[in-house]
Design a protein around this ligand. Structure first.
Ligand SMILES: [Fe+2]
Length: 231
C-alpha cells in the first residue's frame, strides 16, 4: 500500500507532481484604510476635539466600561462638514473599487464616541447601511486598535493550531487605529473596540452610509424574466 506524503507537496519540490499551485481568496471582505495627510489631519483633529468635547457637556456619569456617545446626527452640524466630505470622498472611492455603478452614497448617521479609561465598545454591526466608517480623532498610546470578527461562523467549527495566524485562518483581525486614519468597512461586519487601558480619552467619529436612491434605482431584481411583460 502506498503511503501518503509526510508533508503536503509543493510546487517548489523538484519531484512534485504538480505543475503549479495557486491559492485564491474567494469572497474577500474589503476594509479600506485611508490616512489623511498630517497637514490636513492635525488641524482638523484639533477642531474636532474641541467640537466633540463641547457636544458631550454636561457629562453624565457613566457605568464602568461605558462611553459618551452623541446622538447620531452630527453630520448635520457645520463643524463636522469637512470630515463628512472626506468620508464621502473616500466612500466614493470604495464604491468605484467595487465597481458598484450608479447610486449616490449619503451619510445616514454619524456620531462621536469618547471612550474614557476603562471604556470599550462590544461587538456590533451597523444595520441598514451599505458602508460604515470610523475616523480617529484622538488615540492615546495603547488604544490604537479596532477588531473585526470573521463573518463566517462556520469557519470556527474547526480551528486547528497554526504556526502563524493569517487572513486565511484568523477568526478576527485587528486594525491599527491612529489619529487621521479613516477605516471603511461593510456595515454588516461585526467589530469591537478593546478596553481603553490608558489614562486618556479615546475619541473617534462613526459614520453610516447608504445609497440615497437605493429603492428607486438599485433594488430592482438583477435579472429579467423569460416571459417578458409589458408594464
Ligand atoms: Fe461601530
Amino acid at each position: 500500500m502506498s503511503q501518503p506524503p509526510a508533508s503536503p507537496p509543493s510546487s517548489s519540490q523538484s519531484h512534485s507532481p504538480f505543475q503549479s499551485v495557486a491559492v485564491e481568496a474567494v469572497f474577500p471582505t474589503p476594509l479600506w484604510l485611508v490616512d489623511l495627510a498630517p497637514a490636513v489631519a492635525e488641524p482638523l483633529n484639533r477642531r474636532l476635539v474641541a467640537a466633540i468635547l463641547g457636544l458631550i457637556e454636561p457629562r453624565r456619569a457613566l457605568p464602568p466600561g461605558a462611553n459618551w456617545q452623541t446622538d447620531p446626527v452630527i453630520h448635520r452640524r457645520p463643524e463636522f462638514a469637512e470630515v463628512c466630505q472626506l468620508v464621502l470622498q473616500a466612500a466614493k472611492g470604495a464604491q468605484t473599487f467595487l465597481k458598484v455603478s450608479g447610486g449616490t452614497l449619503a451619510i445616514t448617521g454619524a456620531w462621536a464616541n469618547v471612550n474614557p479609561p476603562g471604556g470599550l465598545n462590544s461587538a456590533h454591526g451597523h444595520p441598514n447601511n451599505w458602508l460604515s466608517a470610523v475616523y480617529y480623532v484622538q488615540i492615546p498610546p495603547g488604544t490604537g486598535a479596532i477588531r473585526f470578527a470573521d463573518p463566517r461562523p462556520q469557519a470556527q467549527v474547526l480551528m486547528p493550531p497554526v504556526s502563524e495566524r493569517t487572513s486565511f485562518t484568523a477568526n478576527d483581525i485587528t486594525v491599527e487605529a491612529k489619529p487621521g486614519r479613516l477605516v471603511l468597512f461593510p456595515g454588516w461586519l461585526l467589530h469591537s473596540v478593546p478596553v481603553n487601558r490608558s489614562q486618556q480619552e479615546r475619541i473617534s467619529l462613526a459614520f453610516n452610509l447608504m445609497f440615497r436612491d437605493f429603492t428607486d434605482k438599485m433594488a430592482a431584481p438583477l435579472w429579467q424574466g423569460t416571459a417578458p411583460l409589458k408594464d
